[in-house]
Ligand binder design. Structure first.
Ligand SMILES: NC(=O)c1ccc[n+]([C@@H]2O[C@H](COP(=O)([O-])OP(=O)(O)OC[C@H]3O[C@@H](n4cnc5c(N)ncnc54)[C@H](O)[C@@H]3O)[C@@H](O)[C@H]2O)c1
Length: 330
């Protein structure tokens, strides 16, 4: 299949592109390189530098490449920043998606796989989190994910767009070639690795008074390579299923302190920690982890890699790319 991957120069898009190529698909890798890295785009993919907000450029890309399916990763994805710049988040994540749906329908491209997030559940009222829980927006980023889910659902009903909504829990780790290089970085594992490397002086743990066994928040970390493989299964599952939304997680939770212990163990380095208060806003739920059974069943897929695998792969990637993609190494 010829697959157009938006956000293919980003963290998850680059690693999914690699998995698609390995599975025998052709990839058109579209990115504006606003946040992504040219060096993260696999040499066997056809790279198109375009912005989703540029409707004409998008239509031209579809006319030139005629993809059979779209995997849509491109978005702004920082919760905190979305509270500061809501209009930018809506313009990019919503208007960009509108242009994408138009271009898909104009070129009879009817398979859509969307990068959604467990953030659509807000502060979930039960764990494990199942897909039937209500969608609740706690910030503009979460609102944008809910809106694109709803837009995709309407297009599925009205235009026969076959749609897979994938709600990621907490992606982490690296493939042998591609890794996580965000600026600014907000995710726990790359921040902990930066401290272990000596690039940051210490790691701040936000809140030690949550109702969890060690007092820190519990999340469901999923290896990015497991996640990438789930996208290929989702693309295949669209043969049999017109519209579905599934959680992509492992089904088990890990506390912040357990992640820190894993980083210390794998890196074999000191990791100074500072204990701070909870983050303001009260938006961090104490415990969030997925019920992945629907994804297991529909996609015939299961996350198989452990937390130490995630940390070890991310650590190995950082060792090979001490300055991230800035060093140009592959
Ligand atoms: N990383 C996570 O923890 C996480 C968790 C849940 C969901 N997600 C979702 O997964 C997707 C990918 O996340 P990521 O961590 O790989 O992000 P990323 O920032 O590494 O990659 C996003 C890519 O999209 C590109 N992009 C953004 N806006 C664009 C536009 N208008 N036109 C063209 N390209 C554009 C950026 O240049 C970047 O390369 C996002 O939709 C995000 O919301 C990520």
């Amino acid at each position: 299949m010829k697959v157009l991957v938006t956000g293919a120069a980003g963290y998850i898009g680059s690693i999914t592109t690699e998995a698609l190529l390995r599975a025998g698909h052709q990839v058109v890798a579209l990115d504006n390189l606003d946040l992504g890295h040219r060096a993260a785009v696999h040499e066997s993919a056809t790279f198109v530098r375009a912005d989703l907000r540029d409707r004409d450029a998008l239509l031209a890309a579809f006319a030139a490449h005629r993809p059979d399916a779209v995997l849509h990763f491109a978005a702004y994805a920082l919760v905190g920043e979305s509270m500061q710049r809501p209009a930018a988040y809506f313009a990019n994540n919503i208007a960009g998606a509108c242009n994408l749906f138009d271009a898909m329908l104009a070129h009879d491209c009817r398979r859509f796989v969307f990068s959604s997030s467990c953030t659509v559940y807000g502060q979930p009222q039960q764990v494990p989190v199942t897909e039937d829980l209500p969608r609740v927006a706690l910030n503009p980023y979460g609102a944008s994910k809910i809106m694109v889910e709803e837009m995709a659902e309407w297009h599925a009903r009205l235009s026969g767009l076959r749609t897979a909504i994938l709600r990621y829990f907490n992606p982490a780790g690296a493939s042998a070639r591609y890794g996580e290089d965000h600026a600014p970085e907000t995710h726990l594992i790359p921040l902990a690795l930066a401290v272990a490397e000596g690039r940051l002086p210490q790691l701040t743990v936000f809140g030690t008074d949550y109702p969890t066994p060690d007092g820190t928040c519990i999340r469901d970390y999923i290896h990015v390579v497991d996640l990438a493989e789930a996208h290929i299964r989702a693309l295949e599952a669209l043969d049999a299923h017109e519209l579905f939304a599934v959680n992509l997680g492992t089904g088990s939770g890990t506390s912040v302190l357990e992640v820190i212990e894993s980083v210390r163990r794998v890196a074999g380095r000191a990791l100074p920690v500072e204990y701070g208060p909870r983050r303001p806003g009260g938006a961090d739920s104490a415990i969030t982890y997925a019920d992945p059974s629907l994804a297991n069943e529909l996609l015939h897929w299961r996350a198989s890699r452990t937390l130490d695998d995630m940390v070890a792969s991310a650590w190995a990637w950082r060792q090979r790319h001490p300055r991230g993609y800035d060093d140009g190494a592959q």
